[in-house]
Structures are given as C-alpha cells and as structure tokens.
Write a protein that binds this ligand. Structure first.
Ligand code: SF4
Length: 321
C-alpha cells in the first residue's frame, strides 16, 4: 500500500479585514498518498488556492497541522523549510504573470538551481536546462526566447520545467490550465500525467472546473466557503455525487452524448459571507434542502459509504440511502 506523503489536520487560515476575520480555510483535513493526485475543487473565493499556499508555507497557518512524509512541518524553522522547498513545489495558474518577462526561458528554468546552489558549473547548468526542456516537450531553440514570444501552453511548460528543476516529490498545481485554450489544456494535463508516472510525483491539483480534474485525480475534495463539503474517489464523485453543492457543480458540465440527459441544478440565493461566518451550514442560503437545523448547526463530516465523506445533515435522505 502506498504511504501517505502529505496530510493536513484541521488546517485553518484566516485573514484580518476591516469587517472582521475572513475564514478562508476553516478546518480542512485530508491525506494524499505517494504518487497520487488529490483534486481540490470549488468556486472562486472558496479558499482552495489559500489552502494550497498555506500547505506550502507560502502563507502562515492559523491552526491545525501539516505533515510531510510523516513529519510535522507546521512550525518548522527557515533552514529546514529551505530544504523542504526542494521537495514541495508549485505551478501557478497564469504562466504569463508568474514568469519574469525580462528573463529567457533558460534563465527562468535554471534560477531555482542557482538559488539553491544545486549546480554551479555553467556548462552543467545548461545541460540540466536542456534536459528539463526536453522533459516538458520544449525544443532547444526556445532556450533564448522570452515568455511573451511563446503561446500559453509553452509558457505553462516553462512553469512546469521550473517546478521540476529541484527534483520535487510533491507539486501543488494551482489552476494550471485555467488560462489555456481547451486543446492546449489537454496537452498540459497529459504532460502532467506522464510526468507523474515517470517521476512518481504526487499532486494537489486545484481547480474551479470539475471536468478538468476528472481524469487526473485519484480523489477529489470539494470545498465551499473554506470548508470541505464532499470527498471521495474521482470515480465515485462523478458517478454518485452526494452533497447538494457537488450535484449542482456536476450538473453544469455538458454531457457529450445526446442520449444522456442531465438536469441542470441552478443555485439560487446569496452566497454566505466568509467574514465572521455564522454557525450553521455555509451552503444553506443556496441549498434547496435547507431547514432550520441547517441554518443553526454546522453539519459534521460523515462517511456515508466506504471512502465517501459528505458534510450535510441530510445526505442520506437526499440520496435515498
Ligand atoms: Fe443543504 Fe442542509 Fe445539507 Fe447544508 S446541511 S447542504 S443546507 S441540506
């Protein structure tokens, strides 16, 4: 059985705002097995990117624990973290804004190797850059190009090559294909899957688009306003979504067959505020099944079926279980 490489327990990240504390991530738990992908899905503003950044220590957590390869890394010191940074990398959403426009492709890819003092010899650095470019499908003649001279797909390949430069084991991919055309999205997703198999990488793949993570994820965690609402295998989530919010998200994905009819669930009502949130289910103002109980009392995580976790007072009734 694969070992657990990343685990978070009750992770919290809150931000101070003029109107009170914004609960961006409010008690999230999950484990990711080595070589697997956990998809994190939710609408913009649900806290999924904050979750990824807090896990990587790009933001300081406000509660809970983070484990990497069995070690509690929640409060590690800077020196230890520098070492860990080689193991844990991030790929950003918008390759254009995350790449320095004044640096060539080669300079962008070699920068982490120089910062961490991994390779000092110029010839060896160039050889490593070429190796990384080949790994991500970039041809040698692009070495001296600048990001603005390349299309979105190639720019994202630079971002991936840069993330791979330090030979990481774990990568947080934060909306890595959202800024790309659909045809290029497929190419980048295929590349990420091939690299995962080849290098044994573990991914946390963050996206607002459930259809994007269907094939790349082993498990999917759905978030709503800082909280987890559902978590299970990708297969089960698409076959039998159980939380009303996941059902609505899935109903918005077009079905590529005229024989299959899927009823679109339109969410009405206002989105609750994540600032000083009131007790009760955060989805209640938009949920067609909400009762007084939902408005007053937080639902607990329940394993409705083996390996299928749902956070809803009425998950069994709604799903006729
Ligand atoms: Fe809807 Fe209530 Fe379930 Fe929340 S707890 S998802 S409001 S039924």
């Amino acid at each position: 059985m694969s070992k657990i490489i990343v685990e978070v327990k009750d992770l919290k990240k809150h931000f101070s705002t003029p109107r009170g504390m914004l609960h961006a991530v409010d008690g999230i738990d999950f484990k990711i097995k080595e070589g697997e992908t956990l998809g994190i899905v939710g609408e913009s503003g649900c806290g999924k990117s904050t979750l990824g950044r807090t896990l990587l220590h790009l933001l300081e957590s406000d509660g809970g624990e983070i484990y990497y390869d069995g070690e509690n890394i929640t409060n590690i010191d800077q020196a230890k973290f520098r070492e860990l940074r080689k193991e844990m990398q991030i790929i950003f959403q918008d390759p254009f804004s995350s790449l320095n426009p004044r640096m060539t492709v080669a300079d962008i890819i070699k920068e982490p190797l120089i910062i961490h003092g991994i390779i000092k010899d110029k010839k060896k650095l160039d050889e490593k850059v070429l190796e990384l470019m080949e790994t991500v499908g970039l041809v040698e003649r692009l070495m001296n190009s600048y990001p603005h001279e390349l299309d979105g797909g190639r720019r994202q390949r630079i971002g991936i090559a840069r993330a791979l430069a330090l030979n990481p084991s774990f990568i947080v991919a934060d909306e890595p294909v959202s800024a790309l055309d659909v045809s290029i999205q497929a190419q980048v997703l295929n590349l990420m899957q091939d690299l995962q198999k080849e290098l044994g990488l573990t991914y946390m793949f963050i996206t607002h688009d459930l259809s994007v993570v269907k094939h790349i994820s082993d498990e999917i965690l759905v978030m709503y306003l800082g909280k987890m609402v559902e978590k299970t295998s990708s297969k089960k989530l698409f076959e039998q979504p159980m939380h009303p919010y996941t059902k609505a998200l899935l109903s918005a994905i077009p079905v590529p067959s005229l024989d299959v009819k899927r009823e679109r669930v339109l969410l009405k009502g206002e989105i609750a505020s994540p600032i000083e949130p009131k007790p009760g289910c955060r989805f209640a103002p938009r949920c067609p099944y909400a009762t007084e109980l939902c408005k007053d009392t937080d639902p607990e995580i329940e394993e409705i079926m083996p390996g299928h976790f749902v956070v809803c007072h009425y998950a069994k009734e709604i799903n006729k279980l």
